[in-house]
Design a binder for this molecule. Structure first.
Ligand code: EPZ
Length: 437
């Protein structure tokens, strides 16, 4: 029976915490290690569920993985890669979507791969049509199996790929396949998030030849051999922004060691416009509520360098405490406002709409998705009993409970451990009154 977290809210979060490697980069670098002839080493690796899941999947494929939580050093040796047993992969994949990125490396090494059906989650359907199309372009055969997809390929050839949307996963899929494919691959309309750039850093260290043009075109010259890498993972800008939003919502002051300004420029601009203050120091960023009112804003999420969709949910909690009407247009996922239901139960005044409330053209406008929200504040929040819906919505619930008057009971907190390392220890370090029961 999973434990519940009791949160006594209404107190400012104050203190210093640290973020380590980015959840949306580290697992991909681990998959890249499969491509190396020799062992690889990642440092700054956080102890989060997604790293555990991918470690298990690598083990299943014969890769030895050794991780030391204290030092954050993770070592992988892919010398004895083999095809895993279907049932085992299924059991291991859990809610992670990373298995789809194993395709390219396994096809290069073994000529075949099996990927279990990936769960969508509560923020949208999470289709993989781009991924499958890309693998076919490289020459793989993709067969639907009862519980997933079976892929085969003798040799993979470079291709010209045009992405219908700058998908992070599809860009990673292309990179992880193109680096060892025969000839040139040209990926147009690629994602250029910092986590993608860091994956390119890793692949280049391994021997890959990759260029990124100003028009979002990535070109890869396939090579015959890739070696192992040593790499220090970039910090988790989503976790950093989540704690920053918690500082705003609780009128607190949090120093986030490891936060990196260049990756967070757009977030910092919005944070300042809402009325937050921040101080960039050599080893991190101090985020604090400087007093006075928070200001409402109009915000649209977008691909990099726009305001990241994963920053939206924690910030919405802070916007419930802002003076006036804030408008948020979520253009990356079709269903990312489900978490606002619990916030309304706590006293927030949030209305969601099917319409695109913003200037960006969006894929969801004329369909039945509530992907815009209006948040009217400030509204006092009161404690409640809540069930975590997904990773970022879950952390937003935590922020809301910390900002609310009274003691909340939070169920399903294991979901938060997927992407927030030691978050209960960090809450204690920030003087929060939380208790695991
Ligand atoms: C990555 O997901 C991140 N996850 C997400 O973070 C992040 O929100 C997202 O990128 C956007 O930045 C990881 O890196 C593990 P996409 P990914 O492919 O790669 C559509 C978090 O909380 N699409 O860029 O799955 C898709 O439905 C998570 O840390 C297709 O239609 O995202 C979405 O509307 C949440 N077909 C859009 O593209 C496809 O084949 C962007 O998705 C693939 C994607």
């Amino acid at each position: 029976m999973e434990k519940v977290l009791r949160v006594r809210g209404g107190r400012p979060l104050r203190g210093r915490i640290m973020v380590r490697g980015a959840k949306n980069f580290v697992p991909k670098a681990m998959v890249a290690a499969l491509l190396g002839q020799g062992p690889s080493q990642l440092t700054n690796v956080p102890a989060i569920r997604d790293v555990e899941v991918v470690s298990g999947l690598l083990n299943l494929h014969g890769v030895s993985v050794d991780y030391d939580v204290q030092s954050g050093i993770l070592r992988m040796d892919p010398t004895d890669v083999e095809l895993a047993h279907v049932a085992d992969i299924d059991a291991h994949a859990g809610s992670s979507r990373i298995p789809i990125l194993f395709c390219g490396p396994l096809l290069h090494r073994l000529g075949e791969a099996f990927i279990p059906d990936l769960g969508g989650c509560s923020i949208g359907g999470r289709p993989i049509d781009f991924h499958l199309q890309i693998l076919r372009e490289f020459g793989a055969t993709v067969d639907k199996a009862p519980s997933g997809i079976h892929l085969h390929a003798r040799n993979l050839r470079g291709a010209v790929i045009e992405l219908p949307y700058p998908s992070v996963g599809a860009t990673e899929q292309t990179l992880l396949t193109a680096v060892r494919a025969e000839g040139i691959t040209e990926l147009r309309g690629a994602a250029i998030e910092p986590e993608i750039s860091d994956l390119i850093n890793v692949l280049q260290k391994m021997g890959a030849i990759i260029s990124v043009d100003t028009d979002r075109t990535i070109r890869v010259e396939g090579v015959d051999k890739l070696v192992g890498f040593t790499h220090h993972a970039l910090p988790d800008r989503i976790e950093a922004a989540s704690w920053a939003s918690a500082a705003l919502a609780t009128k607190g002051d949090i120093f986030v060691e490891g936060a990196n300004q260049p990756d967070m420029i757009t977030f910092l601009n919005v944070f300042r416009k809402v009325g937050g203050a921040f101080e960039v120091l050599p080893d991190g960023i101090r985020f604090y509520h400087p007093g006075g009112e928070l200001k409402s804003i109009a915000l649209e999420t977008n691909v990099h360098p726009g305001f990241m969709t994963d920053w939206q949910q924690p910030l919405v909690v802070a916007l419930t405490q802002a003076q006036g009407l804030s408008i948020v247009h979520e253009t990356v996922y079709e269903n990312r406002f489900g978490f606002t239901k619990a916030l309304r139960q706590m006293g927030a005044n949030i209305q969601v709409y099917r319409e695109c409330l913003g200037s960006l053209t969006c894929r969801f406008g004329q369909r039945n998705f509530f992907h815009s929200a209006a948040i009217s504040g400030p509204t006092p929040l009161h404690a409640t009993e809540m069930e975590i819906p997904d990773l970022r919505g879950g952390f937003s619930y935590l922020i809301a409970a910390l900002a609310a008057e009274g003691t909340s009971t939070v169920h399903g907190i294991g979901m938060i451990s997927r992407g927030y390392e030691a978050f209960i220890d960090k809450l204690h370090a920030l003087d929060a009154e939380v208790e695991l029961r």
